[in-house]
Design a protein around this ligand. Structure first.
Ligand SMILES: *Cc1c(COP(=O)(O)O)cnc(C)c1O
Length: 404
């Protein structure tokens, strides 16, 4: 039977990720017994996550809290929202009432729920160019048109944003929000400067726009001082997407949305029929994880220095192996963006690199909102071991020098 005729019109907006090809090929090579070095992850390191402690919490929660295996309120268990409110005050520097927090199925769930109540088909969503591929795909599934604003070492070029907004407004186009990952941006690894943050808030004020601040890497900062946009927001224009994925592990699926007001209300009304609630077991584990100070004890004190070492190892290896190449130097997050010579095709390069050397990287192109970035290559340093980073970059550099 032919199924296509049954698909809804909006199913046309659902696009596969161009990264699927690369990942499929990697899986095939692995299945064939090939040992690969992966610099392609979007994960933290399971070895730096206190799995034993989390395991004990899981057992305790399952045995002692009957509610942990049940449905719980759509906006999250009250104890976690309460605890998270204190946590955000302490580590993010802003005050939010627990009633304004919605616990979601990861940051991804927050982005989807928010998009559903904000995006009309044809609406323009502004992002950094490049931006997080899952967010781009989520907005596009809802019929949004993405307009990407180029970045430099200080983050989104707010001057170009202003120019673009004027141009769009003169054409009568509708822009509702700016989606930004100010800290440890995925895929660029860039952290927005304080000056840019201020300028961005001013532009949002001037043009009456919402800012969606994806704070996925706010707890993966290795140096430097910064402040979340939310902590600088006097006007209530900033909506926060947050997650424990990069702290506790991506498998727990605990994130949050802080929208407040009419937007938060609508999101919450719509949430129950979509996911009922974020995984209750994970919510109770997250609650105990922060309540008992494990964030500080294990994440800040142990994991962060580990990620910092890996970052240093990757940057040093790149500086020594590819001194002529351009690459970003992250102070937060999990990624370095490496640029091949102008005109080079990162998709082809990544594919040949994997086949010939066994090193898996992620071509940057699918993260771009236009035709730029064809020569970009995203490298992950959080997941591989330091030995793998050294060996991976060594093979990458050798291959690069054979090609260019
Ligand atoms: C990892 C990540 C998220 C959230 O992922 P979840 O696992 O769904 O919490 C959101 N935004 C960015 C930019 C990310 O890298």
């Amino acid at each position: 039977m032919e199924q296509i005729k049954f698909l809804a019109g909006r199913a046309n907006w659902i696009k596969g990720s161009a990264l699927a090809e690369v990942m499929k090929k990697a899986a095939e090579l692995r299945a064939g017994g090939r040992k690969l070095i992966s610099l392609s992850a979007g994960d933290p390191d399971p070895g730096l996550i206190p799995r034993k402690v989390l395991g004990e919490l899981a057992r305790e929660v399952l045995e002692e809290v009957p509610q942990s295996v049940m449905y719980t309120p759509a906006n999250g268990i009250p104890e976690l929202r309460e605890e998270l409110s204190g946590f955000l005050k302490k580590y993010e520097g802003y005050t939010v009432d627990p009633s304004e927090i919605i616990i979601t199925v990861g940051g991804t769930g927050a982005i989807d729920l928010l998009g559903r109540v904000l995006i009309d088909p044809g609406d323009i969503v502004i992002t950094e160019n490049p931006s997080y591929i899952n967010s781009l795909l989520a907005f596009e599934q809802l019929g949004a048109r993405i307009v990407g604003i180029p970045m430099d070492g200080d983050g989104m070029r707010v001057d170009l944003l202003e120019e673009k907004l004027r141009e769009l407004e003169s054409r009568g186009e509708r822009v509702k929000f700016i989606y930004t990952i100010p800290t440890g941006q995925n895929p660029m690894g860039i952290t927005m400067s304080m000056e840019r943050r201020k300028a961005l808030l001013e532009v949002a004020e001037e043009h009456d726009l919402l800012i969606v601040e994806d704070s996925a890497y706010n707890f993966m900062r290795y140096e430097g001082e910064t402040k979340p946009l939310k902590a600088m927001d006097g006007a209530g224009r900033v909506i926060v997407v947050g997650t424990f994925s990069k702290v506790m592990g991506t498998g727990f699926r605990i994130g949050w949305l802080i929208a407040g007001g009419a937007i938060g209300k609508k999101v919450l009304m719509g949430k129950s029929p979509i996911d009922f609630c974020a995984p209750t077991i994970s919510q109770y584990i997250a609650l105990e994880y922060i309540r008992r100070g494990y964030f500080e004890e294990y994440h800040l004190k142990e994991a962060l220095p580990g990620y910092k070492r890996k970052r240093d190892t990757m940057l040093k290896a790149l500086e020594e192996g590819l001194p002529e190449a351009e690459f970003t130097r992250p102070i937060a997050g999990m990624f370095v963006m490496l640029f091949l010579p102008k005109g080079a095709d990162g998709m082809v390069f990544a594919s040949e690199l994997m086949e010939e050397t066994g090193v898996v990287t992620v071509p940057g192109k699918p993260f771009y909102t236009d035709e730029s970035g064809g020569n970009a290559l995203r490298l992950n340093f959080s997941r591989p071991s330091e030995e793998e980073i050294l060996e991976g970059v060594k093979r990458l550099a050798e291959f690069y020098h054979r090609k260019f």
